[in-house]
Every structure is written in structure tokens, then in C-alpha cells.
Ligand binder design. Structure first.
Ligand code: ZN
Length: 686
């Protein structure tokens, strides 16, 4: 039962506040009368010409990106809400009697206070990083450099401070054990395209700014003497590494990146870099198995390493270290870092307020102690139950659909059904919280806090390397507005913060919930059957379960989908990469197709009501487009298109429907409309 009338909606909140026992049907939807923002539409646009603008055009016109953000839209607005709630949690802890705080609450407050004590940070200046800078300055040989690059106490925080980065994750071919996985790394800009693509003036300007940044970072670290030439040498080194790197799209290919070797064998296959010293610094011995992801890049990267003088590596490490530590250092360094990474790379005009950055840092550094507080306060148990019921309905719709697929043989269908029924949904937050009591946080030692956190996280992963895999482990925190699928666990995860309007609102129209969170659930399950996820079986093992003929039929279909997305642009002239975004586009198409069927099934043979003149199917598609209403700075859009496997929001809102017959029927989309695709050219997976 859903609330549908505007008149009731206007009073429902009052009723609800006065009568706790009022059933949910009496509550108002959070957005509009039935869960959709009618004021955001631009009805002067024909739905078949541009469905994004039809559903979101007025919102797009009236909305400006806040100066301290790189985008705004449904996701970003919920992120801002999560940040506010995290700040409220902090304020609540600060208001408590310190004697009543738990050890975890102390940890959280200490980190918050350490990060927001900008006076203390200024007063300490570079003193906290002097020992690390001295370690870099003392490097005498390339072997010394390799060993320092491996040291987990020398944190990189994703800044890339070595030719490879390694992680300990479930083995794709045996997801019950953990394995060391090494991936190409080392660049200060987002990926190789930023160094090598010559067809985009935006990238040329970014490169110029980066060269200036490199010189400035050296100066801020206290270096003197021929800074320009030294920065140029670091740039040339990174450009060299970029040439060796794989293209972004190839890095998604589950077969291509599964290349087992050992630490000792890398010494022979990629000579020039002391792999043994690098891994030894992390507590990993020479006989340990390693999956070398972009394996053909390793030898050229090791050659770049060997032919680069130690002095250039010292400057490189100094700069990357300064970048990684910038948020914890005096304002001059933090600002310089923001001027490049925030303004130039992200197109963000202003830095976020310090307290916002503080809660983001706590979310990342103390994810379990803080996530526990968030979930207890902001995730009602009934939301969990309702989301679980929705997941069950989406799985049911997939089941019914798989049985009807015309292009798949019965034997592959049975395997697909086995995989579908092996899916494990995780809703809201982890069942078990990790113990962070071993991590020492001191309010007067922010740099030390971050280094101890880096070692703490590494040690946690290293300690379990020969242990059974924890298949219930979450990689997102409860305040995160996102969701994901894990191939190795065949599991889907929906953090608490995405289970809110406009994605999910128990008081909204069913069509809105199926078009919102229903599609998100369908999308995540769809990853189990996307171009890469479909290579894993129901147990999460990378092994084919398809007949050759079925695989061929599947690949023909998705190739046509890739061609559609290749034709879309993120910025004028900057095309979406259909290969890079393939998995996500399949997820989106699967999500829309299946969630619509689940919505139809939920009607139980009854006709959906018409609300504000919109049929049920129309509301489903409008709600879906509302989820993807978003606006990016040009720089953030460039980064999205070049590095991110997700298509830009405009095309996420439009791309799937073009292949769904019900959308044509719902909005009377006809030949001649710009988004029209002839029926025989529409890509049908489900
Ligand atoms: Zn996805």
C-alpha cells in the first residue's frame, strides 16, 4: 500500500509525529507526492529525443555545482546528507561526558580532533615528516629505493609510489584463499591517458599544471637547487611509466589479468627492479604466489626503474609522499595539493570545510567503529527487512526471465540459475564489526596516526593471507552512497546510505522504488552476468560455465551495446569508451529490464494506478532517470570518461531504455526521435 494523494501527503508528517503507531501507508513520500520530483522535469523536451532532459532538464538548468564539490545530483546530495549525519554523530560524542565514552568513541574523537587542530598542524610544520624525508634522502641504491617503496609504514594512500601496487585479495581461481595481487602503478595523474593522449586540449593544460605542481611540491618539501630540471625529470619518468601501462579498458579483463607467478619468478621475468626486497619490506617471502595483473607491463616498468638514477627516484618519492600526506600537513602544502588535484583534476573551485574532510577521514580510517554508530542511529531495522524483500523479488524476476531467454541453451541456463540462487545479499552494514582497538590514535600526532593506520591495515591483511576467506567482508562503509557486487563471493552489498530516497522510500509509489533501488539491485545482480562477472561461477570461481555457442551469442549482443555507448560523448569530442564501460552498461540494461518485470509482477495482475497523469511504466522510467540526475564539472567529467568504468550520468539515464520496448510504448517514442532505435537493433539480454 502506498500513499498517493497530495492532500494526504501534506498532512501525513504531522499525523505521523503525533501517532507513533500510524502505519507506513499514512506517511508522505520524501520527494513530491509519490517519490518523484515533478518540478525537475522539462516537458518541452520530447522523451524520445532526450529522456534525461525530459525527466531532469529543469533541475539541470536550475542547479549549480556547489563550489566545494566536483558534481551534484542524487548521489552527491545523499553523500552530503551522510556527511552531515557523521558530523552530528561527532557532535554527540563531543557532548558526552568523556568518562562515558567507549574506547572506540575515544579513537574517533581523537582522530577528529587531530585532523581539525589546524593550529597544532601549523605549529608542528614539517617536523612530523622530517624522519620520512630523511629516509628518502638517505637512499643510496636502486635496491634501497625498491625496499622503501614496499614499506607499509611509508604510506601512499593510493598516490602511487612504486612501479606496482599490491593487495591481498581472494584468489579469482580459488576464492576460498587469499592471494597477493600486483597491479601497475606509479603515476601521479589518474592514468596513462593524462600523459599520452594528444587529442584533448584539456589534457594538455592539465599536463602543464602538473609540471608546475611537481616543482612546487619539491620546494614545499624543503628542497632547493635546480627545482625546474628536477621536476622535469620526475615528469619524464612518469611519462615513461605511463607508456608501459596497459589501457584502462584492458585492465577489466578477468582472463587477461590472471597471471600467476611468484615473487622470485618476477625477479627473472621483469629484471631491473628488486622484487624480493620490495615484497620483503611488506612481510612477503620470495616463494609467495603473486598474481601479476598487467603482466606484460611489468618488464618495461622494471626497465624504466633500472635506467632512472637514484636521485630522480628520491625526488619522485618526495613528491608522492608530500601528496599522500598533504591533508595532514600545514596549509601551504594542503592548498598547493588542492590547487592541482582539487581544482585542475577535479574542477573543484573550493576546498571542502575541514570538518567535512574530518568525517570523511574517519569513515575511511575507522570504518567499523564509526560505521557501527552510523548504522545504529540512521538505519531502521524495517528498512533492512523491506530491502531484503525487494532483493528477493528481483531475484525471482531474474529466475523467471532466465528460463525464457531465447538465445541461451538449456544447459547454460541451468548454470545461470544455479549462479543466481547462490547470490548472497548483504544489506545495510556488516554482521560482524572489525576490532580496531590495536590502532593507536593520538590527537597530537596526525602524521603518526596515518602511518600507524597504514601499517595496521596492511598487517590485518597480511596476517590472514593463509587463513580462510571471510566471505561476509564489506568493502564499503554504512554511510557510503553506493552498492557493489563481488565476483569472488558472488555477493551483492547495499550500504545503509543508499537505501534512502530517491533510491528507496517505503512511502513512495512502488514504480518509483522499482525504478530506483530495484534497478540498482538488478544492476548489481546483473554484474554476475556482465562481460566479466559472467566468467565466474556461482561459487565465485573464475571458470567458464557457458557453452561456446552461448558465449558467442552473448558476446555479439554486448558488442552491439558497446557500439551504442562508443557513440555517446561525455564532453564535446570526448567519447565514452564502450569497452571500458561494458560491465556497467550491461548492469544498467539488466537492472532496468529485470526491475521493470519485477514491478509488473508486483502488481499481481492489477493495472497500476495513474498518478499525476503518469502510468506505472512511465513512473518507473522517470524514477530511474531521477536517480541519474547529475551534473559534473568538465574536469570531473573528463576524469570519469578516461578512468571510470561507469558511463556519464546522462547516458546512464538514457542508454538502457533505448533497448527496452516498454519505454517506447510508455512514451510513444517513434522513428525520427533522436534516441529511437529500430526494434531489431535493440540489444536484448533478458
Ligand atoms: Zn556497477
Amino acid at each position: 500500500m502506498r500513499k498517493i494523494a497530495i492532500a494526504l501527503a501534506a498532512t501525513a508528517a504531522l499525523v505521523c509525529a503525533a501517532l507513533a503507531a500510524t502505519p507506513p501507508a499514512e506517511k508522505a513520500a520524501a520527494i513530491g507526492a509519490w517519490g518523484f520530483d515533478l518540478t525537475g522535469m522539462d516537458r518541452s523536451v520530447k522523451p524520445g529525443d532526450d529522456f534525461f532532459d525530459y525527466a531532469n532538464g529543469a533541475w539541470f538548468k536550475r542547479t549549480t555545482i556547489p563550489p566545494d564539490r566536483t558534481s551534484i545530483g542524487s548521489f552527491q546530495e545523499l553523500r552530503i546528507l551522510s556527511e552531515q549525519r557523521m558530523k552530528d554523530l561527532i557532535a554527540g560524542l563531543h557532548a558526552k561526558d568523556p568518562a562515558a565514552l567507549t574506547p572506540e568513541e575515544h579513537q574517533i574523537l581523537d582522530l577528529y580532533d587531530a585532523f581539525t587542530d589546524t593550529a597544532g598542524i601549523e605549529a608542528r610544520g614539517l617536523a612530523p615528516i622530517k624522519p620520512d624525508l630523511a629516509r628518502i634522502a638517505a637512499l643510496k641504491s636502486l635496491d634501497d629505493v625498491a625496499a622503501l617503496m614496499g614499506d607499509p609504514a611509508f604510506p601512499s594512500w593510493g598516490a602511487g609510489d612504486s612501479i606496482v601496487a599490491d593487495r591481498i585479495v581472494p584468489d579469482a581461481k580459488n576464492s576460498n584463499v587469499y592471494v597477493v595481487t600486483a597491479t601497475q602503478s606509479g603515476l601521479g595523474m589518474p592514468n596513462r591517458d593524462y600523459y599520452l593522449r594528444t587529442d584533448d586540449p584539456g589534457l594538455a593544460a592539465t599536463r602543464d599544471a602538473y609540471k608546475k605542481y611537481l616543482a612546487q611540491a619539491l620546494t614545499l618539501a624543503g628542497e632547493t637547487g635546480d627545482i625546474e630540471a628536477r621536476a622535469a625529470a620526475v615528469y619524464a619518468l612518469e611519462e615513461d611509466m605511463a607508456r608501459a601501462h596497459w589501457q584502462q579498458a584492458d585492465r577489466r579483463n578477468a582472463d587477461k589479468v590472471y597471471n600467476p607467478t611468484t615473487v622470485a619468478a618476477l625477479q627473472g621475468s621483469a629484471p631491473g627492479f628488486n622484487w624480493i626486497a620490495f615484497f620483503k619490506a611488506q612481510g612477503i617471502g620470495p616463494d609467495r604466489k603473486v598474481i601479476a595483473r598487467e603482466n606484460t607491463a611489468f618488464a618495461p616498468l622494471a626497465q624504466v626503474f633500472a635506467r632512472t638514477p637514484v636521485g630522480v627516484w628520491r625526488d619522485y618519492l618526495t613528491i608522492h609522499y608530500i601528496h599522500a600526506m598533504a591533508p595532514y600537513l600545514p596549509k601551504a602544502i594542503d592548498d598547493s595539493d588542492f590547487d592541482f588535484y582539487g581544482k585542475v583534476i577535479g574542477g573543484q573551485a573550493q576546498q571542502l570545510p575541514r570538518d567535512t574532510r574530518a568525517v570523511q577521514l574517519i569513515d575511511a580510517t575507522l570504518p567499523h567503529p564509526f560505521g557501527k554508530l552510523y548504522a545504529a542511529r540512521y538505519f531502521p531495522p524495517e528498512t533492512k527487512a523491506k530491502a531484503e524483500a525487494l532483493v528477493a523479488n528481483i531475484i525471482k524476476a531474474y529466475d523467471a526471465d532466465i528460463r525464457k531467454i531465447t538465445w541461451m541453451s538449456d544447459v547454460t541456463k541451468q548454470k545461470a540459475l544455479d549462479k543466481l540462487h547462490a547470490f548472497t545479499p548483504h544489506i545495510g552494514y556488516p554482521d560482524k564489526w572489525r576490532d580496531y582497538s590495536g590502532l593507536v590514535i593520538r590527537r597530537d600526532d596526525l602524521v603518526g596516526d596515518m602511518e600507524r593506520s597504514s601499517v595496521f591495515e596492511w598487517q590485518y591483511r597480511l596476517n590472514r593471507i593463509d587463513q580462510a576467506v571471510d566471505r561476509n567482508e564489506w568493502n564499503m562503509t554504512p554511510p557510503t552512497v553506493n552498492a557493489y557486487y563481488t565476483q569472488s563471493f558472488n555477493s551483492i552489498f547495499f550500504p545503509a546510505a543508499i537505501l534512502q530516497p530517491p533510491f528507496f522510500d517505503p512511502n513512495a509509489d512502488d514504480a518509483v522504488n522499482y525504478g530506483g533501488i530495484g534497478v540498482v539491485i538488478g544492476h548489481e545482480i546483473g554484474h554476475g552476468f556482465d562481460d566479466q562477472g559472467s566468467k565466474y561461477d556461482g561459487a565465485g570461481i573464475l571458470q567458464s560455465w557457458w557453452t561456446d555457442a552461448d558465449r558467442k551469442a552473448f558476446e555479439e549482443r554486448v558488442a552491439a551495446l558497446g557500439a551504442q555507448y562508443d557513440s555517446y560523448e561525455g564532453l564535446p569530442g570526448l567519447h565514452v569508451n564502450g569497452k571500458l564501460t561494458m560491465g556497467e552498461n550491461i548492469g544498467d540494461l539488466s537492472g532496468v529490464a529485470i526491475a521493470l518485470k519485477a514491478y509488473h509482477a508486483s502488481l499481481g495482475g492489477k493495472k497500476a494506478p495513474v498518478l499525476d497523469g503518469f502510468t506505472g511504466d512511465q513512473r518507473f522510467f522517470l524514477a530511474f532517470a531521477q536517480v541519474w540526475r547529475g551534473k559534473y564539472t568538465d574536469a570531473a567529467m573528463r576524469q570519469q570518461v578516461l578512468t571510470n568504468p561507469h558511463s556519464p550520468p546522462h547516458w546512464r539515464a538514457v542508454g538502457p531504455e533505448r533497448n527496452v520496448d516498454a519505454w517506447y510504448a510508455a512514451f510513444k517514442v517513434k522513428p525520427g526521435d533522436r534516441m529511437y532505435i529500430a526494434p531489431d537493433k535493440r540489444v536484448k539480454l533478458w
